[in-house]
Design a protein around this ligand. Structure first.
Ligand SMILES: Nc1ncnc2c1ncn2[C@@H]1O[C@H](COP(=O)(O)OP(=O)(O)OP(=O)(O)O)[C@@H](O)[C@H]1O
Ligand SMILES: [Mg+2]
Length: 249
């Protein structure tokens, strides 16, 4: 569903991604690991359509369409979801209203009638329960005053509401307490089907105990320098990145 070839991207004239090749098929879970500053969040931002990044070379095809030419809204409607490393706050807009808009936008794109108030509330309650989110949170402004962990949990709630075809989760585990980590990771796993795909960006193998990846990739200096299965994550946890990057510059 997603095919990235030789992707190069820069920000303010600095080349950050230097030739990414990555193929994601339906039903797969990919983990992207790599040292700080290697370009993981940049890759996520470029895929989401953040205009700060300039793609200078390469292609990205999502469900047969040129992803790089799609607007941020089109990407979202087509089923692309990005969970941010640092989720944004939207003061004055309640979670419920925000999600209602997003869910109905997507339904419209898929030729479905918008959900009525009652149906929407029911869906929201069910999905909040799914990720063990206190339903009272949904009447608060999006992420405003949420703790770090609550923001991350909220992200998975949004994902549960939107049922994306491709979800990219950037450090969903950072700042989560042990119980929240389990809840979030279990939520992600329960949302995974043979029809969708997930990319998890993480520094820690422990997240991958819950979200079992089919592939693990190591990003370094804007390139994927090594790929493997979950054993690779275990080895990285034990040995760090030195053995991989000593031959890279
Ligand atoms: N505006 C900018 N100008 C110059 N360099 C930038 C700019 N924005 C980002 N970078 C650099 O791009 C590199 C990649 O950043 P990115 O956030 O993608 O890393 P990351 O792999 O997600 O790291 P982390 O694990 O710390 O989250 C970093 O070295 C960062 O300093
Ligand atoms: Mg990052």
């Amino acid at each position: 569903m997603l095919e990235i070839k030789n992707l190069h991207a820069s920000v303010d004239g600095n080349e950050i991604l230097r030739g990414i090749d990555l193929t994601i098929r339906r039903g797969e879970v990919h983990a992207i690991m790599g040292p700080n500053g290697s370009g993981k969040s940049t890759l996520a931002s470029v895929l989401a359509g953040n205009p700060r990044f300039e793609v200078s070379e390469g292609t990205a095809t999502f469900l047969g369409r040129n992803l790089l030419e799609m607007s941020i809204e089109e990407r979202a409607r087509a089923g692309f979801f990005l969970g941010f490393q640092y989720p944004v706050e939207i003061p004055g807009v309640s979670m419920a209203n925000f999600m209602k808009l997003a869910v109905n936008e997507k339904r419209k794109y898929n030729g479905l009638e918008p959900l009525g108030a009652g149906e929407f509330l029911k869906l929201m309650r069910q999905r909040a329960e799914f990720v063990e989110l206190d339903p009272r949170m949904t009447s608060r402004a999006v992420n405003e005053g949420f703790s770090g962990g609550e923001k991350k949990k909220n992200e998975i709630f949004q994902m549960a509401m939107l049922e994306p075809t491709l979800a990219v989760l950037d450090e969903t585990d950072s700042g989560l307490d042990i119980d929240a980590l389990r809840v979030v990771a279990t939520g992600v796993t329960r949302l995974h089907t043979s029809e969708n795909a997930t990319i998890v960006i993480t520094h820690y193998q422990r997240l991958l105990d819950y979200i079992v990846p089919d592939f693990v990739h190591v990003l370094y200096h804007g390139r994927i320098i090594h790929s493997g299965d979950r054993e690779l994550a275990l080895r990285l946890e034990e040995q760090g990145y030195d053995w991989l990057i000593k031959n890279e510059k």
